[in-house]
Write a protein that binds this ligand. Structure first.
Ligand code: HEM
Length: 439
């Protein structure tokens, strides 16, 4: 029997190669890393040279947690990806800030995302989910990512931020294009990429002006009007650049990740029809199902920190200034923490997954929102849809470590059949057989 080390040669692994992520997260490589080199210095490759040098790869659950929680020894200032953010953007958005500046900015916005506020949005989420699924059912055959999974998080974050409905398709199309441009296969020339980013920044700027003219009960009004303490003891408003950066983080973080969890969750459930049936017949299983979908899909792949002093992890010395990446999908398959980690089980009880980060000051701001969206979407799917058939292989966007989200499912062709049908002859509601399948 061949072992992973027969199949994977760590010396030859290059995480900067997007092709490694073309069919999803390379779990086999990370299983070997957890076993043989949990604190691994990525070898020099043409990719590391392009991204600014070598970096450390941490694959164990315990290390992901301890680094994430130690902002003093592992700072975020240079940015969340292997490559440093450009100097003018460092310290300008939540993910490139450290306390105390980070704490001030985060406090400003976090009230919009508490469990209580998110619970208040439940009906809104359910209405969106119902409308989205019914419209996909009318089409019959559709792209599950574009027509279903993407729609709910996009509308929810847009409702929260205060983006008018008429602007959403255009705006999120730009955000998507910007993200896809990091995949070499769908790359845009630098000038076009910058142009797309500028369009989004300009939109954020115009929306801010509009909110100043007509304040509303939304996050963008809060942010454009807010004053924060500055380091000199005074009060200051957020700069245009800070606001634009915030906008991009919310638009991307608030939509792409949830979309991925819903799509990957659906694929996992179609592979385990008995668990899908259980979701339908035992609604009380939903909360643990959502946690398992998050563990299983882990849509954010890694975040990077920079060591502020010489440290040792598992006896391996890491020098001040070196880049340290923590890998969430890998931590979520760590056999030291999860029993039978490669088994998808919606009833899993002990599930301390790190899909939203390993804890600490940067723990995902949208975690409560994301969980509600995933739950509502699956509740409505099992209620309204009788049969889901996958019509082709998922197509991935793969950017590799250029982005903290190294790969996502960009397209998934499906055929949806409604669960309930009107029988015209008797004007009675009759149930279609409930079958959900992958072909
Ligand atoms: C399944 C969905 C999601 C996943 C898997 C996810 C994952 C993550 C992860 C891993 C981090 C970094 C944590 C760290 O560095 O310790 C993060 C940060 C963040 N997420 Fe999410 N996220 C999701 C949904 C959302 C949503 C819906 C929003 C909308 C508001 C959001 C907004 C943010 C923001 C603003 C940050 C930066 C927080 C900070 O630096 O203080 N995320 N997320």
């Amino acid at each position: 029997m061949t072992t992973i080390s027969d199949r994977v040669d760590l010396e030859a692994v290059d995480l900067t190669d997007p092709e490694l992520f073309r069919h999803g997260f390379p779990h086999e490589i990370f299983t070997l890393l957890r076993e043989e080199a949990p604190v691994w210095r990525h070898p020099t490759t043409p990719g590391t040279a392009r991204l600014g040098g070598e970096f450390w790869v941490l694959s164990k659950h315990a290390d992901v947690q301890s680094v994430s929680r130690d902002y003093k020894r592992f700072r975020s200032y240079e940015g969340p990806t292997v490559q440093d953010n450009p100097p003018e953007r460092q310290g300008m958005k939540l993910v490139t800030m450290d306390p105390p500046g980070h704490t001030r900015l985060r406090r400003l916005i976090s009230s919009g995302f508490t469990p209580r506020n998110i619970a208040n949005l439940d009906e809104q989420a359910r209405t969106w989910a119902g409308t989205i699924i019914d419209s996909a059912l009318e089409q019959g055959e559709c792209d599950f990512v574009r027509d279903v999974a993407y729609q709910l998080p996009m509308h929810m974050i847009a409702d929260i931020v205060g983006i008018p409905v008429a602007d959403r398709a255009w705006l999120f199309d730009r955000v998507n294009l910007f993200k896809r441009s990091q995949d070499p296969r769908t790359a845009l020339p630098d000038s076009e990429r910058t142009a797309v980013e500028l369009e989004v920044f300009q939109y954020a700027h115009d929306l801010g002006l509009e909110k100043r003219r007509c304040p509303a009960e939304d996050v963008w009004t809060t942010l454009t009007e807010a004053e924060v303490d500055d380091d000199d003891g005074g009060r200051t408003q957020l700069t245009d650049l800070e606001l634009e950066m915030f906008f991009i983080v919310l638009a991307i973080a608030g939509s792409e990740t949830v979309r991925e969890a819903i799509t990957a969750g659906l694929i996992a459930l179609l592979g385990h029809p008995e668990q899908l049936e259980r979701m339908r017949s035992e609604p009380e299983v939903m909360p643990s199902a959502v946690e398992e979908i998050l563990r299983w899909s882990s849509p954010a792949d890694y975040f990077r920190r920079t060591a502020t002093e010489d440290v040792e992890i598992r006896g391996v010395p890491i020098a001040a200034g070196e880049r340290v990446t923590v890998w969430f999908p890998s931590a979520n398959r760590d056999a030291e923490v999860f029993g039978d980690p490669f088994r998808f089980d919606i009833t899993r009880q002990k599930n301390p997954h790190v899909a939203f980060g390993g804890g600490g000051v940067h723990y995902c701001l949208g975690a409560n929102l994301a969980k509600r969206e995933i739950q509502v979407m699956f509740e409505e799917l099992v209620r309204r849809v009788g049969d889901i058939e996958i019509l082709g292989d998922p197509v991935y966007t793969a950017s590799g470590v250029v982005d903290a989200i190294t790969c996502t499912i960009a397209h998934l062709p499906v055929r949806l059949t409604p669960r309930l049908k009107w029988d015209d002859s008797t004007a009675r509601r009759t149930r279609t057989p409930s079958r959900i399948s992958a072909s």
